[in-house]
Design a protein around this ligand. Structure first.
Ligand SMILES: *Cc1c(COP(=O)(O)O)cnc(C)c1O
Length: 390
């Protein structure tokens, strides 16, 4: 069975982790700030705060932007649940934006209309979470212009997109957002086991995220309410969490990031091979907008159901039966029982997400795939889809 994604761990990665295990610090040691510096250097962002997951990174980003009860966060209708759950953690609510059928990212025209209506009804969101779906950057310039016009804060959920380029800048540089979030889960582009990071160019936001990562406790006299009583003295000044990443995880993250460009190049190469091989099949292939480089976290095709005498489930089952562990990313958020209970959203508001969900399939793509694996995917997809062709 060829999985849809998998990590690539080298001997050097293993040695980096073992070295930490033999050192003085397993957590809160030097590897965490080294990892953070690596991420700043790579992306060009001024500040980086590494945490234990992208989910924590999203939560802290929302808290740093003061999201709370009565506030609204908007995100894409097709994303992982964590892109929206950060709002619920803060006692805020969520609304969704329909997707662009070609990029699977949030549709900027819909966003513009929705902001206009929201302004008229006094229901503007406090935060928009722009998700770089599958590794392809959103249209950040246009989204940022809208966010500025309506005074909405902007978080990039770049869980899929470390290593991607948007108009000559690295994703994570925060050139068009307040904060950007990365995930280092093993299925993503680079891994630390579990882990995430917040990047920003705003010193105030960076300080707030750092404070909340570790209980809201400070040892910096400048941030204290009272005068320090001595070298032991610390103060809790906010309600924070333990969202710290360990030095063990950070060491793996640092080591993996050395191969980030190599991973992204390999992912691009495989995606190109698929694009060529599948061009005559009844599939809508993923497109990358001019001027961008996708990190290709996922290779998602859409079935052309007009030319296929089967539905997505039949094709999915046939591919799995033939040894390809294909997947579906994602079930639209408004279909999840928890979201229905909280929001009661009407699916008819999201025609593009509805259509996407009938057609989407994620094919295997990861850097350690051999040429034989790639050929196997190409042959199997060709013969299975071919057999369903009308
Ligand atoms: C994986 C993912 C997350 C959550 O990442 P974790 O590091 O597992 O918490 C958030 N958003 C998106 C879009 C993701 O794919």
């Amino acid at each position: 069975m060829i999985p849809y994604g998998r990590q690539s761990v080298s001997e050097e990665d293993i040695e980096a982790v073992v070295e930490v295990l033999r050192s003085d610090f397993l957590t809160q040691g030097p590897k965490v700030s080294e990892f953070e510096n690596t991420l700043c250097r790579y992306t060009g962002a001024e500040y980086s705060i590494a945490v234990n997951s992208a989910t924590s990174a999203l939560h802290l980003s929302c808290m740093a932007l003061d999201l709370g009860a009565g506030d609204i966060l908007w995100t894409s209708a097709v994303t992982f649940v964590a892109s929206a759950n950060c709002a619920f953690y803060c006692g805020a609510t969520v609304d969704l934006i329909d997707i662009d059928p070609a990029t699977y990212n949030l549709n900027v025209n819909d966003l513009e209309k929705k902001l206009e209506h929201a302004k008229a009804s006094g229901r503007l969101p406090k935060i928009i979470v722009a998700v770089h779906m599958a590794g392809q950057p959103c249209e950040m310039k246009a989204i940022k212009a809208l966010a500025d016009r309506y005074q909405v804060s902007l978080i990039e959920d770049a869980s899929h997109a470390i290593g991607a380029t948007y108009q000559n800048g690295k994703v994570g540089a925060c050139a068009y957002s307040d904060l950007t979030v990365f995930s280092f889960h093993p299925v993503k582009i680079v891994t630390s086991g579990e882990g995430g990071a917040v990047l920003t160019n705003n010193k105030q936001l960076a300080k707030r995220v750092e404070l909340l990562r570790s209980h809201g406790v400070t040892r910096d006299v400048n941030d204290m309410v009272n005068t320090s009583e001595g070298d032991w003295y610390y103060e809790q000044v906010s309600l924070g969490f333990n969202y710290r990443i360990t030095d063990i995880h950070a060491a793996l993250g640092i080591s993996q990031t050395k191969r980030l460009d190599e991973f992204v190049a390999r992912r691009n190469h495989i995606a190109q091979s698929y694009n060529q091989a599948f061009s005559d099949l009844p599939l809508k292939l993923p497109k990358v907008a001019n001027g961008n480089i996708s990190a290709w976290h996922l290779y998602i095709v859409r079935l052309d159901l007009e030319q296929i005498h089967a539905d997505r489930k039949q094709v999915f089952d046939a591919l799995r039966a033939n040894g390809l562990h294909v997947n579906v990313h994602y079930i639209p958020l408004y279909k999840q029982p928890y979201f229905i209970e909280k929001l009661g959203v009407d699916a008819s508001r999201f025609p593009e997400a509805e259509q996407y969900y009938k057609e989407a399939l994620t094919l295997p793509l990861y850097p350690s795939m051999s040429q034989a694996d790639i050929d196997c995917v190409i042959e199997t997809v060709g013969s299975v889809i071919g057999s369903f062709k009308t």
